[in-house]
Ligand binder design. Structure first.
Ligand code: ADP
Ligand code: MG
Length: 350
């Protein structure tokens, strides 16, 4: 069953079209990541779902029930949606416990629920603290606890980790994912960080200029991006130009026999090829490899980039190959290059 269904949603501010014909569905218990650059409409989308913003047209359903569309517009408090806004999520002048209690009905056993929520987000016993007595990461956990306390049917998270440093962000991502799975929550996570989307979500919707460009599971999105912009936004990529004849790659710096994923190259005479860094395999020059030379190497700790130049008769292209851990390659060393798995090819219309 779909917990959230959005059809043909539009929203314009003055002359900015913040949302353009957005269609999305999220299954119950799943996390959807909405991924896109700053200004593409992510916050507007969340605010429309929560009921803080009125769309111009379209339809929103929660748990199968219409909450917006055809003249209907349920107010936020009737939508059972938990919202963790982008910034300043906590009320600064009341305790953590009072913050969490904020959305709870009066008669509910509040203190029991507060304790459960603090436990869930890994902060047992901190209810009497004031927000300023907590670290940034702890404050984000409390904001999540507050959103989850009234048992919403849908949780909306707007860039919840963007203000935290890298180490803390990674831990908190895992903890939030675990906490949400534990209560089988349905969630929409807004982020501009592709790693966050890939590592946390069941499904990712890529947004650009108010529109959803592609909605896929993380692996499909990474391997088969809809276009070259999605490809480069979602991860590192080497882009090479190639000639096309009768729908086939005929001239490519890496040879004509690249295993190309099924893509439509009809009606074009040029294509761009997208290869992920981990698809390159390098070794000694040998039959069946493309020959080149090491230009330099860059060490990052957990992995290294080896910068290669293909031989002149292959066009002299420069390519970066990512290798895990350390390696023995030296500048000037001849190498042979192979491709692991399928690559994507996109038509270039002239
Ligand atoms: P994101 O969250 O992806 O950064 P937003 O949804 O905040 O993007 O904004 C999308 C676009 O809509 C931007 O161009 C932004 O300037 C515009 N916008 C958002 N809210 C308003 C508003 N209240 N008034 C006018 N323009 C707005
Ligand atoms: Mg935003």
């Amino acid at each position: 069953m779909f917990e959230l269904q959005i059809s043909n949603l539009n929203k314009t501010f003055q002359n900015v079209q913040a949302l353009h014909q957005v269609n999305l569905e999220v299954s119950a218990g799943h996390m959807l990541a909405v991924l896109g650059p700053s200004g593409c409409g992510k916050t507007t989308l969340l605010r429309c779902i929560a009921g803080f913003e009125i769309p111009d047209s379209g339809e929103i359903r929660l748990g199968g029930k219409k909450v917006f569309g055809d003249g209907l517009n349920l107010p936020p408090e009737k939508r059972r949606v938990g919202y963790v806004p982008q910034e300043g999520a906590l009320f600064p002048h009341i305790t953590v416990a009072q913050n969490i209690a904020f959305g709870l009905p009066r008669r509910e056993k509040r203190s029991k629920r507060i304790d459960e929520m603090l436990e869930l987000v890994g902060l047992p016993g901190l209810g009497e603290r004031m927000p300023h007595e907590l670290s940034g990461g702890q404050q984000q956990r409390v904001a999540l606890a507050r959103a989850l306390a009234p048992s919403p049917s849908l949780v909306l998270l707007d860039e919840p980790f963007s203000a935290l440093d890298a180490g803390l962000r990674a831990t908190l991502r895992e903890d939030v994912k675990t906490a949400l799975k534990e209560i089988n929550a349905t969630a929409v996570l807004v982020t501009h960080d592709q790693e966050e989307a890939l590592s946390m979500a069941d499904v990712i919707a890529v947004m650009r200029s108010g529109a959803c460009i592609q909605t896929s599971d993380p692996v499909t999105l990474y391997k088969y991006p809809a276009d070259i912009d999605v490809a480069t936004f979602i991860g590192e990529a080497t882009i090479l130009e190639a000639a096309v004849c009768d729908g086939n790659i005929v001239e490519c710096p890496l040879g004509d026999l690249l295993p190309v994923a099924e893509t439509c190259l009809k009606n074009c005479d040029k294509a761009v090829i997208m290869i992920r860094p981990e698809q390159f395999v390098i070794g000694k020059p040998a039959n069946g490899t493309v020959s080149g030379r090491v230009l330099k190497t860059t060490f990052f700790g957990h992995d290294s980039l080896v910068h290669l130049q293909l031989d002149d008769h292959l066009g002299g292209h420069e390519i970066q190959v990512r290798l895990l851990g350390t390696h023995h390659y030296q500048p000037g060393e001849p190498i042979g290059l192979k491709i692991n798995g399928e690559v994507m090819a996109y038509p270039v219309m002239s």
